[in-house]
Write a protein that binds this ligand. Sequence first.
Ligand code: GLU
Length: 469
Amino acid sequence: MTMKTRFAPSPTGYLHLGGARTALFSWLHARKNNGTFVLRIEDTDIERSTPESVNAILEGMQWLGLDYDEGPYYQTQRFDRYAEVIQQLIDQGDAYYCYCSKEELDTLREQQMADKQKPRYNGKCRDNTEQQEGMNRVVRFRNPEEGEVVLNDLVKGEIVVANKELDDLIIARTDGTPTYNLTVVVDDLDMGITDVIRGDDHVNNTPRQINILKALGAELPRYAHLPMILGDDGARLSKRHGAVGVMQYRDDGFLPEALLSYLVRLGWSYGDQEVFAREEMIELFDISKVNVSASAFNTEKLIWLNHQYIMNAEPELVAGHLEWHMQQRGIDVATQGPALVDIVKAQRERSKTLVEMADASIYFYQDFTEYDAKAAKKNFKQGTDEVLQALLDAFSELSDWQGDTLHALVLQIAEQLELKLGKVAQPLRVAVCGIGMSPSIDVTLALLGRDKTLLRLQQAINYIKENRS
Ligand code: GLU
């Protein structure tokens, strides 16, 4: 049988890091085993599910490159099927109507708590065969009373739960809508899921789900429950830890490849290797090697990893992502300046994120009328206009606009004027970039091109003259 995994998020917020890690592990497990990966949107909680969240999940999956072979399926489109299965369970005696009122159940719970017992349903309606139409009623699953559920979790190992620990859970609410444990079971069954990979916050649901699956005569899937992710401070990862939606990481200048490489190490490792190409990740991943203990999120390490990718990935790939950041800054790279691939090559050593790279590259595309105040004060001095004029004259004559020729020319001017190279190159940099930092001056000038360089030199000369006190 083909292996089939699924990612089954509830669209009640962004695709957060924990969800993305679950999606990644399910995707890797399927890809590694030539299986099928399904996306299922668990949107039955109508109050909390929103179309924005659905879009955020789809967008996040796409940005991360976690492609799915089936879906997205939506649980809200499957209510008829859930009703059918609920009826089937009632008909075969594996579920029953429960008429206990909320007050009754509250009293029961209080009594149990007072007696220091685990709150659980007492089975009052279990053997009630009278059907009372029109009354408020829920449907409960008739959990077996004897025996135990044995779960061989691919991550956690063997988990054994006695059936008497599990009470009869509600599978349909008073309005007839199905509950989470029922819909998951029906979907995993109907969709032929062979491997359920999810966060270990669901591990307590699994024995209940197994019992429902057994009642439906289903073959059981394998289960893998992933350890939780902690924040830098050791607390469970949450919104408090800053950027938790994956698209926020795009906005903050991370490459999806870097985030994936980072996420895969949250719970899984291959020796000390930190940087994984997508294909390599698929080849090496092994769900049975996932750690049992929680893993901690470390922003510093993610930034380091991002820089590694920016420096070492194919410049074309980095450029593809950088383009989005340039667009956010109102820059149309197709018409306004140098090829982004060349920007990546020039800036990648000094940019830990694409935000840094984009911010530090704007002057290649956009003209400016103001200079960084500190850089201007330090570099535009009495007589600097003459240095810039000498450069402008020399550059105007130059027919071959190449890095090495430009470099030789700047050196030559410095010699002629009997100035150190820095005294020429730095004012030149501020004149053409507006700021005091850029790639080496020859690379900067080559990327800027002749027209922008000459124009900006003239503009700086005028500026210095006008501001002479
Ligand atoms: N929809 C559930 C959640 O988002 C996941 C259910 C599952 O993976 O079984 O937590």
